[in-house]
Design a protein around this ligand. Structure first.
Ligand code: ATP
Length: 444
């Protein structure tokens, strides 16, 4: 039998004891290793539309790609199916796993769905229709929602920019205990390897961002530019809990892949990830809870915009906006609720043009130098000190220097989405850089 490229996509594989899709992927990799597959890529961790309400954490799905000589995809399906069933436990209702299998080509309908899932809400029915019309071998449970992420991950080959994450896991039985990641080891790691890493530390607070806080098996994850650098960095991190296993993922994290669409206000849809251009229409105000709210207008309509309290110092920038400023909002669209209209939740702000602001003041008396007062509507100005009057004299206009510059502003790293392209990556890309597997990219 000739060698075949097999690709498996998976999503929504959670378990009652805290399991998650990437952790399940490590177990599947371990099983496939026993079948002597030849890996053609790192496992891919594909983040999808971060505004999706159904996500548990960072809306991540996984794709595995490998060559297999002795078996075809039909022989793999029951193995994977059994592993998923064992992992999620048969009666666990809070997960809707989806797994899809491909030999060789991924059809164009799947690629289309995959591009959509980065920034739109994809209906489950669309995923099911694609699976049926393209005759895709698959396994799903519950409402089948996991198929959306599974299809989307497998069709995203990370052909443009990409990054890496080293994820260290603890054992499932230890998920109810404290991880105890050693802050100093992270600070040292970040300092020594800073050019190769991103979004592992929040520079304004020195808070470490590699350690999750939920009861999942991820002990920590280190994001960076090359496989070798994330492995080197990840192995410098110390923690109270033992590393049970680690894997390097190739990913679209930090690439901004979700924010490629410029959308007019009238064309926005709930939970869309979009770039919206407009002019400030109502100036920002800080409301209770520390959220900064303003409004923009474009040719089609007006919409409220919000920078929420967790975005910290980013709100100070937002508060400097003035009516007439031309800006682009990087946004996730929040649909109307009982208390609010449609709102653009800010993930970034591009200031393209600043409105000119003038301050007006009464003229200075040409006789004594004292500031004059209005003499009444249409009656010009009078000086209360020397009595000088003039109906022709005009108020003075002075240009106010703005304390905001043209450019891109993002929330602090701690408040960014996994997909956000952080400022340290603004001029970096791994597009076209080969991703040959390093000798040891996982350890179980
Ligand atoms: P985990 O880390 O456990 O994978 P998660 O944050 O990735 O958690 P999931 O539990 O996987 O969240 O749930 C996300 C669900 O949303 C999945 O079923 C996925 O298929 C679905 N989904 C992802 N992107 C979209 C989209 N653009 N439209 C509709 N559904 C989506």
């Amino acid at each position: 039998m000739s060698e075949k490229l097999i690709q498996i996509g998976m999503d929504d594989i959670d378990s009652p004891d805290g399991g998650c899709t990437t952790h399940f992927a490590t177990i599947l990799i371990e099983t496939l290793n026993e079948l002597n597959v030849e890996w053609t890529d790192y496992p891919n961790l594909i983040r999808l539309n971060p505004g999706i309400p159904y996500r548990t954490r960072g809306n991540g799905a996984v794709a595995l790609r490998f060559l297999m000589r002795s078996k075809d995809v039909d022989s793999i399906i029951p193995i994977v199916q059994e592993l998923v069933q064992d992992y999620v436990e048969k009666e666990y209702p809070n997960t809707n796993p989806g797994v899809v299998f491909f030999e060789e080509e991924v059809p164009s309908q799947v690629q289309h769905l995959s591009r959509l899932a980065l920034w739109r809400v994809v209906p489950i029915e669309l995923a099911q229709r694609v699976v049926e019309t393209c005759n895709i071998p698959h396994y799903s449970r519950g409402n089948g929602r996991g198929l959306i992420g599974a299809l989307s991950a497998v069709a995203n080959n990370l052909q443009g920019d990409y990054t890496y994450e080293y994820i260290a896991y603890r054992a499932l039985k230890d998920c109810d205990q404290e991880r105890g990641v050693d802050v100093n080891s992270v600070l040292t790691m970040d300092k020594t390897m800073t050019d190769f890493l991103f979004s592992n530390l929040d520079p304004s607070t020195n808070r470490i961002l590699i350690e999750p806080h939920g009861p999942d098996p991820v002990l920590f994850g280190v994001r960076g530019e090359t496989a070798a650098s994330v492995i080197k960095a990840g192995q410098q991190v110390k923690s109270k809990q033992k590393v049970d296993r680690w894997v390097v993922f190739r990913s679209n994290q930090g690439t901004g892949e979700h924010l490629k669409h410029h959308v007019a206000i009238n064309d926005l849809r709930p939970y869309m990830a979009a770039i919206v251009s407009g002019r400030v229409d109502v100036e920002p105000k800080m409301i209770e809870g520390g959220h900064s709210i303003f409004r923009i207008v474009d040719e089609s309509n007006r919409i409220d915009c919000a920078a929420y309290e967790p975005s910290g110092e980013f709100r100070d920038i937002v508060m400097k906006l003035k009516i007439g400023d031309r800006i682009k909002i990087h946004a996730s669209v929040r649909p109307a609720s009982r208390t609010h209209g449609w709102t653009l939740n800010l993930e970034g702000l591009e200031v393209d043009e600043l409105a000119e602001i003038f301050d007006f003041s009464n003229p200075v008396c040409p006789q004594c130098g004292k500031r004059m007062k209005s003499a009444g509507t249409g009656k010009g100005y009078k000086c209360v000190k020397c009595g000088y009057r003039n109906t022709e004299i005009k108020r003075t206009e002075s240009y106010r220097k703005r304390d905001l510059s043209i450019g891109l502003y993002l929330p602090p790293v701690r408040a960014q989405r996994h997909l956000t392209r952080p400022l340290v990556r603004a001029n970096k890309t791994n597009s076209g850089v080969p991703y040959g597997l390093v000798t040891k990219w996982h350890d179980f």
